[in-house]
Design a protein around this ligand. Structure first.
Ligand SMILES: Nc1ncnc2c1ncn2[C@@H]1O[C@H](COP(=O)(O)OP(=O)(O)OP(=O)(O)O)[C@@H](O)[C@H]1O
Ligand SMILES: [Mg+2]
Length: 331
């Protein structure tokens, strides 16, 4: 798959000091007073030109509430006055206990739901405006928990072609997109296989390829690894990370696995339909006791480090990955 728009666009309109040196891009975060404001650093290979810009907004959720009606006709306030901004190129994890509103929030991002109050805008397009639904869904693809529910064809490559076919795209372009999408998820050699014979992790990667074939800017994954074994989980997470880092695809990743959330650029914590916190993984997982009181896990490494610090060991703060813990303990 070719480079994404995020890496190729002309950014002069964003008020840059200089244009034309965008070989390397990375998002850094200002970590001040619990606030995280993504800043994109752009520099050329010999660092002779470098500038910072505020990231472009991919999804903007403002004062959004969502009320379902249950079977008895009673209102269920699933989301209450939520404000969330997802910036282009970010990898944002959403965590929270069962029923905290994660899926409801994610379904607003590609107009499977619309707000009861407040607004959701995708690339500036209001999801309440029916004229934008088609456009938004082409920009934002969704991958769900159960890979079996997302496979529609009897042959892998036909499954991946399903989306672009529905867009009325011409056959040679569909062929190209299918090949690129399968390559991007490392499943080219399975193009002619029957999806139901694949492992869970492979099926999920086919589901991701199906979304990629639509050429989205952003992929929302709602617990994509919940039904997978550890190997499948790793395959899927590695694939999603690569798409984010190498293709510049914006990722919103809902998970109950804190080790997965730990690799995100930013984490949003939901509780009872409210956005409780957001911050870098370090900022969030540093608060081991608070998260545990909320009924949430923390990465094992963060918990071990926190226990060691409590017992008087002089460990640096902010350890969240096994590698970091290993490095510190082996010093
Ligand atoms: N279709 C629906 N009709 C009525 N209530 C619903 C519906 N879908 C979700 N809810 C309720 O809305 C609230 C938020 O649900 P949601 O599925 O968004 O939570 P979640 O954080 O994704 O949970 P989980 O971790 O279990 O997937 C819950 O109280 C849930 O019971
Ligand atoms: Mg859910």
């Amino acid at each position: 798959m070719g480079k994404r728009d995020t890496k190729q666009r002309n950014i002069s309109h964003l008020g840059k000091k200089e244009v034309g040196c965008r070989e390397e891009q990375k998002i850094s975060y200002q970590e001040e007073a619990g606030n995280t404001k993504p800043i994109q650093t752009i520099k050329n290979s010999d660092s002779s030109c470098e500038y910072k810009i505020d990231k472009e907004v991919m999804i903007d959720v403002s004062h959004m509430s969502h009320v379902y009606t249950d079977e008895m006709g009673n209102p269920v306030h699933a989301l209450k006055d939520v404000d969330v901004t997802i910036y282009k190129g970010e990898f944002v994890a959403i965590i929270g206990t069962n029923g905290s509103g994660k899926s409801t929030l994610a379904k607003h991002f590609n107009v499977l739901l619309t707000p009861s109050e407040g607004t959701v805008k995708v690339l500036g397009m209001d999801t309440q405006d029916p004229a934008h639904i088609w456009d938004i869904r082409q920009h934002v693809g969704m991958v769900f928990q159960n890979p079996d529910n997302q496979i529609v064809a009897a042959v892998v490559e036909e499954d991946v072609a399903f989306g672009p076919e529905n867009l009325g795209i011409e056959p040679s372009e569909i062929r190209r997109r299918v090949d690129e999408a399968l390559k991007a998820v490392n499943m080219s050699q399975y193009a002619l296989h029957a999806p139901h014979l694949l492992s869970g992790g492979q099926k999920q990667r086919i589901a991701i390829a199906g979304v990629l074939a639509m050429k989205p800017d952003c992929i929302i994954l709602d617990e994509p690894t919940a039904m997978l074994d550890p190997r499948g989980r790793k395959e899927v997470l590695d694939t999603v990370r690569r798409l984010n880092k190498e293709e510049g695809i914006t990722v919103v990743y809902i998970t109950h696995f804190m080790e997965e959330a730990a690799v995100a650029d930013r984490i949003v914590v939901m509780k009872n339909g409210v956005k409780l916190q957001e911050g870098t993984p370090r900022q969030i997982f540093e608060q081991v006791d608070t998260l545990k009181q909320l009924g949430l896990d923390v990465p094992v490494a963060a918990e071990v480090a926190s226990e060691l610090i409590k017992r008087g060991h002089a460990l640096p703060k902010g350890i969240i990955t096994n590698e970091e813990l290993g490095d510190v303990l082996c010093r």
